[in-house]
Design a protein around this ligand. Structure first.
Ligand code: NAP
Length: 287
């Protein structure tokens, strides 16, 4: 099987292009320099040349606050780009796997969001991801749309790497405790995607780390696993006064994924421990 990964220099794209070849999959990674997804002609040329069986679209404008002041660019990449990749994948008979986000939801739920829940995004980024999903659905007959959440993995900056950097420099941490979601280790998501592309399933599926956590919970677990000792205080989302509104609760229900594959997603704490091992930061608390 040959898989083409867009946005391969990002968190998920990198994990896919490193990990899938270890499982015997032929992988081609492209990013904006090789295949800008907003350039339909370029997308057609690259997919026509590579002729993959599966295209996993990880290319996205993911700066949630930056999207508020760059709506057009955000929609170009996350909506029109998604449509270009889906259409050209279908044109060569490849399956499109399109990545989407928990930020399509408004966060008013009290229990994890299932695939049937109605998206109601709060931010430009969330809107663009929801419009991107709809554009993919309207463009091709067969697709897998995977909504994931709170991603961390090797390469680039993510919430966990920021906590680690600050804790290692001895800085006290003040972390939001009133936003809850599903932290997801990119390595676990890669395993899930590898399973999903081998199935007959087509449609929308949620894939995220098991359990529910606040950002504060994640930071506390980072400190516990690494043994780093810095003061950790609670903060509230409203105090940060960020440009984009985030859902207060965006945990994803993953029972459809479990039913499809026969395996549940590992708990987020396992993902965090695996990530810290991968970057070799585990300490006395790791036990
Ligand atoms: N990170 C999360 O917490 C999270 C949560 C839920 C869902 N997701 C979704 O999961 C997918 C992967 O996320 P990620 O965290 O791996 O994202 P990421 O680290 O931001 O990677 C996205 C990649 O796409 C590239 N890109 C941007 N514009 C492009 C364009 N016009 N053409 C081609 N490539 C372009 C980016 O390049 P530049 O860096 O140069 O812009 C980057 O290398 C995205 O669909 C995202 O919306 C992410």
């Amino acid at each position: 099987m040959k898989v083409l990964v867009t946005g391969h220099r990002g968190i998920l794209g990198r994990a896919l292009t490193v990990e899938l070849p270890r499982r015997g999959v032929d992988v081609v990674g492209v990013d904006v320099a090789e295949m800008d997804v907003t350039d339909a002609g370029r997308v057609r040329a690259v997919l026509g040349r590579e002729r993959p069986d599966v295209v996993i679209n990880c290319a996205a404008f993911t700066d949630v606050d930056g999207c508020e002041s760059n709506r057009d660019l955000c929609f170009d990449v996350n909506v029109r780009g998604a449509g270009n990749v889906a259409r050209e994948a279908a044109a060569i008979g490849a399956l499109i796997v399109h990545m989407s986000s928990d930020y399509v939801f408004d966060g008013d739920a009290k229990v994890p969001y299932g695939e049937g829940a109605q998206p109601r995004p709060l931010s430009v980024y969330g809107e663009s991801k929801f419009e991107g999903e709809k554009h993919v659905v309207a463009t091709v007959a067969e697709y897998i749309i995977v909504r994931t959440a709170w991603l961390f993995g090797v390469g680039g900056v993510n919430f966990v790497s920021k906590v680690l950097a600050r804790a290692k420099s001895g800085e006290a941490l003040e972390v939001v405790d009133d936003e809850r979601g599903s932290p997801t280790y990119a390595g676990h998501l890669v395993t899930a995607l590898a399973k999903l592309v081998g199935l007959e399933f087509r449609g929308i599926v949620h894939v995220a780390g098991g359990g529910v956590a606040s950002w504060y919970d994640v930071a506390a677990e980072v400190l516990r696993l690494t043994g780093l000792q810095v003061p950790l205080k609670t903060a509230y989302a409203a105090d940060l006064d960020l440009p984009a509104r985030r859902p207060r609760y965006s945990a994803l229900e993953t029972s459809l994924y479990t039913a499809l594959t026969g395996e549940g997603m590992p708990p987020w704490q396992e993902g965090l421990a695996a990530y810290l091992r991968e970057i070799k930061e585990v300490g006395p608390g790791a036990g």
